[in-house]
Ligand binder design. Structure first.
Ligand code: F6P
Length: 553
């Protein structure tokens, strides 16, 4: 592109792809899938993890054009600027260095001229030591009892990533063994029901509360932290906070002000975005308390292996780059506004909610990184459910309604295999039969001619016809353990970055969440004065005033 303020849609590469759309729209996936050479060229493997994108509405020519688009967007330079610690989050004047959180000890990654890897490892070593003390029972609560249960308080990026990883590994045999006798719970919502559910059945004497907040100002997290502080001190006295509450934050001054001993605070840095923070103490501390540091270290290593792959693999074989480019193709050229994330794995039930934040908070933007209004849409609506549950819910729309590109994620080896005597296949094979069948059902569909041959009555033929030609991709992981969960996380994080780099937006700020917070502050103030002094509501429109009055009655 000519200058930093040029929009990618003005590039020749973008226009070339626009022109190519009609060719692709004429082509059915049924025909594309019959070309074995094309399909073979659309498979990429790393570390046993296989990506098959042959069911995307794309030809070899499309891929060449997308690689040209990557060039026009200066993707290589943008990726290396990220790894070099340049302030690519320009609206907040920050580096974007979540890759440093999982870098090996001897790596050198600089932010503002300083190698941050030693600081990262200081905190990791501190987590290792602390979690070992808690897990071994040498760190005890106020009444001398070991702390076997943990409630991690946090919301958004201080919650979704850790919950996803916890849910994904909790039935992995190794992690399961390490977590014996321990519980990890997550308190996110300010709804008091969430507090009640979290403390239900727990004893403050044996509970450790981890307050996780990058800013340590988030209204929901701080009120939940005060609520659990009250739960602990009411039962055990004010001094119990020192033994029962620890914190993870970039704002250590506020941690201390809250009453948590700075020695019991685990730092991270402003070059870690909230939604990219699961590999910092945000995730590593609660997960190490539950599973032990050595399990969590494998998760970091898995993520790091993808960081290396992303940085050094040519784009034609670079999984996050290919996925990112295909998403841009689907959104900006084929006009598909959504993406379904469909893991055939119950352990990945919290993956889609996590990726929703990573993707939608990152790429749901209306202006370019230079502040120019964008004449095209960015981001996509991410949603998903594990298969096969989703099949019995929203797949109808995906098969015969709107076209929604799907990510199918499957696992070769189950964490918890079950083989029943007399059954045709194992339970995992039954699950995976669906994983293999659905992408072809979407791609090929079913024609009226096929239905006629099956003697389907004429009046039902339109209802039973599947147009097909619905794109998907398949990711097949050898197994789901801490390492591969790290890989999966990093693939999706980098894919989102690739999309943002190509669209020319800032994927690392989130100004769009601020306005609602400001308005909630105004409501909070007036709820307070109305309840305590009976003052009239002021400054709201008719609708909000009516609703508030009803609420206050
Ligand atoms: O409201 C959105 C957000 O700012 C997210 O970006 C962030 O992950 C979340 O709130 C929580 O923020 P914090 O970790 O500072 O409490």
């Amino acid at each position: 592109m000519a200058s930093s303020t040029a929009l990618i849609c003005d590039s020749e590469a973008w226009k070339d792809l626009k022109g190519h759309v009609e060719d692709i729209k004429k082509t059915h996936l049924r025909d594309l899938m019959s070309d074995a050479n094309r399909c073979e060229s659309m498979m990429v493997e790393i570390d046993g993890l296989l990506l098959d994108y042959s069911r995307q509405s794309a030809t070899v020519e499309t891929m060449d054009k997308l690689l040209n688009l990557a060039k026009a967007a200066q993707l290589t330079e943008k990726i290396s600027r990220m790894y070099r610690g340049e302030h690519i989050n320009s609206t907040e004047n920050r580096s974007v260095l979540h890759v440093a959180l999982r870098a090996p000890k001897d790596a050198v990654i600089k932010a503002d001229g300083k190698n941050v890897v030693p600081e990262v490892w200081n905190v990791l070593d501190k987590i290792k030591e602390f979690s070992e003390k808690v897990r071994s029972g040498s760190w005890v609560g106020a009444t001398g009892k070991p702390l076997k249960d943990v409630i991690a308080i946090g919301i958004g990026g201080s919650f979704l990533g850790p919950l996803f990883v916890h849910t994904a590994i909790q039935t992995d045999p190794e992690a399961l063994e390490c977590a014996k006798g321990r519980q990890l719970r997550f308190l996110a919502n300010i709804d008091p029901v969430d507090v009640a559910r979290n403390i239900n059945g727990l004893n403050p004497e044996t509970t450790l509360v981890v307050v996780v907040s990058k800013t340590f100002t988030t209204a929901e997290t701080m009120l939940n932290a005060r609520t659990l502080r009250e739960w602990i001190t009411a039962a055990l006295g004010a001094s119990a906070v020192a033994k029962h509450m620890v914190a993870v934050s970039t704002n250590l001054a506020l941690v201390e002000k809250f009453g948590i001993d700075p020695n019991n605070a685990f730092a991270f840095w402003d070059w870690v975005g909230g939604r990219y923070s699961v590999c910092s103490a945000v995730g590593v501390l609660p997960l190490s308390l539950q599973y032990g540091f050595s399990v969590v270290e494998k998760f970091l290593q898995g993520a790091s292996s993808i960081d290396q792959h992303f940085l050094s693999t040519p784009f034609e074989k670079n999984i996050p780059v290919l996925l990112g480019l295909l998403s841009v193709w689907n959104v900006s050229f084929l006009g598909y506004p959504a993406r379904a994330i469909l893991p055939y794995s119950q352990a990945l039930e919290k993956f889609a909610p996590h990726i929703q934040q990573v993707s939608m908070e990152s790429n749901g933007k209306g202006v370019s990184i230079d502040g120019l209004p964008l004449p095209f849409e960015t981001g996509e609506i991410d949603f998903g459910e594990p298969g096969t549950n989703g099949q019995h819910s929203f797949y109808q729309l995906i098969h015969q309604g709107r076209v929604i590109p799907c990510d199918f994620i499957g696992i070769v080896k189950s964490q918890q295999p079950v083989y029943l005597k007399g059954e045709v296949v194992s339970n995992h094979d039954e699950l995976m039969s669906n994983f293999f069948a659905q992408p072809d059902a979407l791609a090929y569909g079913k024609t009226p001619e096929q239905l006629q041959k099956e003697n389907v009555s004429e009046n039902l033929i339109p209802h039973k016809t599947f147009s097909g030609n619905r794109p998907s991709l398949s990711l097949l992981l050898p197994e789901l353990n801490a390492y591969s969960v790290g890989q999966l996380l990093a693939i999706y994080e980098h894919r989102v970055a690739v999309q943002g780099f190509v669209w020319g937006i800032n994927s690392f700020d989130q100004w769009g969440v601020e306005l609602g917070k400001v308005l909630a502050t105004q409501v909070r103030k007036q709820l307070h004065s109305s309840r305590t002094q009976g003052t009239d509501l002021e400054g709201f429109n008719f609708s909000t005033t009516t609703l508030l009055k009803r609420y206050l009655q």
